[in-house]
Design a protein around this ligand. Structure first.
Ligand code: IMP
Length: 413
């Protein structure tokens, strides 16, 4: 572990390589213990990470998972769109479990407020897309797209304004929303949410850019928790079936107001196979009994929406592209044990000019890898599978998830 930590350096980002749900929470949990500051940089309550607090499972959407570590300073960066009732609920849930995050929580004044009406517009746009194109994007309906639309249109309301009276501003927005979308803004409800947040978050909304630079100047170590993942990135993902934020390492730095050169490492997280929720291309998707087996073995149901995830195999060009875009220095390959029963494991290696998927079939290992904590103890075929990823992406596989348990992880070097 010590060797891994020194190879990570003081500023490490954890960035998913696929369509989200790679299981980033586990490596974050493992590393957060050793970092002083944990930060989320972008996205909103579309993210969902399952956290076990005192034996009870909770799904968190906005707070970084590292918030569970009582020593950690917790930063919510300016790139986020914040649904305040969700944030308040998470703070209260943690408090009930004996973890008081508030005194060490710092929320950027540049983060945007996501209102209930954003959710209503999200649902409405999905229905319109479905009616026009035959299918929607399959969004989480958490209002993410419309909140970022307001931000880009310079109509958004930011956390920095929370301390003041937003009645007039909201009424103005309500008029526009009604005219543009025919959506009725429930102003009293929205104002109630704002007033509860104003009371609870008093003093917690600050200049997080200045704060982060000061902390880094003092030699503190920062762990950046990416949300969603590279193939959902607004620019580089499978557009239009993407989210509305920049989910890459560069996007995370932008969301936090940090310069590119400060990043000392970037851990790419990918499942040993692949999943996707929502619509959009998925070249290596498998349906039928094999897809069902992966879904059941991997527990592949969305943390935010409960939707069954589509399942399939790795697609090497996606991993290579994610490694390029994010500058991965390490891989964390998660859920290796889910493949334990496979006879052979196909890996997508590209597409023919006619658009047909090219595959290479790697041998399976047909034995349990669950709970294994050293690379040498893995079956030969599993070692080969991981080396294959390493060889073709040029990034070392440093962390390997081998089960649900906290300790079920191989840490190399
Ligand atoms: P939105 O972010 O709710 O607008 O959804 C856009 C697309 O991103 C949909 O396909 C969602 O299923 C997907 N998505 C958004 N957040 C996550 C996530 O945290 N994990 C996996 N998929 C996500």
């Amino acid at each position: 572990m010590q060797k891994l930590l020194s190879s990570l350096g003081p500023v490490c980002a954890i960035i998913g390589a696929q369509w989200g749900d790679e299981g980033k929470g586990k490596v974050i949990d493992l590393l957060a213990e050793h970092f002083d500051v944990v930060a989320r940089a972008c996205g909103g309550a579309n993210a969902g990470h399952t956290i076990v607090v005192n034996g009870k499972k909770h799904v968190f959407h906005l707070l970084p998972s590292g918030a569970l570590h009582p020593h950690a300073t917790v930063v919510i960066g300016g790139g986020l769109v914040l649904h305040l009732p969700t944030l308040l609920e998470e703070i209260r849930t943690l408090r009930e479990a004996g973890i008081d995050v508030l005194p060490r929580l710092f929320i950027s004044e540049e983060a945007h407020i996501l209102f209930e009406f954003h959710k209503a517009i999200d649902g409405m746009l999905e229905e319109q897309r479905a009616a026009k194109r035959g299918k929607g994007i399959g969004t989480t309906r958490r209002g993410i797209g419309p909140a970022y639309m307001d931000k880009a249109a310079r109509l958004g309301i930011r956390m920095g304004s929370l301390a003041g009276d937003l009645t007039a501003e909201l009424s103005l927005r309500a008029d526009m929303v009604k005219r543009m979308y025919g959506v009725e803004v429930k102003q009293a409800e929205e104002l109630q949410h704002l007033s509860e947040a104003r009371a609870l978050l008093a003093g917690r909304v600050v200049d997080t850019v200045g704060l982060l630079h000061r902390l880094l100047g003092e030699g503190k170590m920062l762990l950046i928790e990416g949300a969603q993942a590279t193939l959902l990135d607004l620019d580089h993902g499978t557009y239009p079936f993407v989210t509305s934020s920049s989910t890459t390492a560069a996007g995370a730095l932008q969301g936090l107001g940090l310069p590119p050169r400060c990043l000392t490492s970037c851990i790419g997280v990918a499942k040993a196979y692949c999943t996707r929720v929502g619509e959009g291309e998925f070249l290596t998707e498998v349906q039928g009994p094999t897809g069902d087996r992966l879904r059941e073995r991997g527990g592949e149901y969305g943390a935010t929406t409960g939707r069954p995830r589509r399942c399939g195999w790795l697609h090497l060009p996606d991993l290579q592209r994610a490694a390029q875009i994010n500058g991965y220095t390490h891989w964390n390959i998660t859920k290796l044990d889910v493949l334990d029963e496979e006879e052979t494991i196909p890996v997508g290696i590209g597409v023919t000019p006619e658009g047909r998927l090219k595959e290479e079939k790697l041998p399976g290992w047909k034995q349990s890898t669950e709970g294994i904590t050293s690379f040498e103890k893995l079956p030969r075929a599993a070692q080969h599978y991981l080396s294959f990823i390493e060889k073709h992406t040029g990034v070392p596989v440093s962390l390997i998830g081998t089960g649900q348990e906290r300790g079920a992880m191989i840490i190399r070097g």
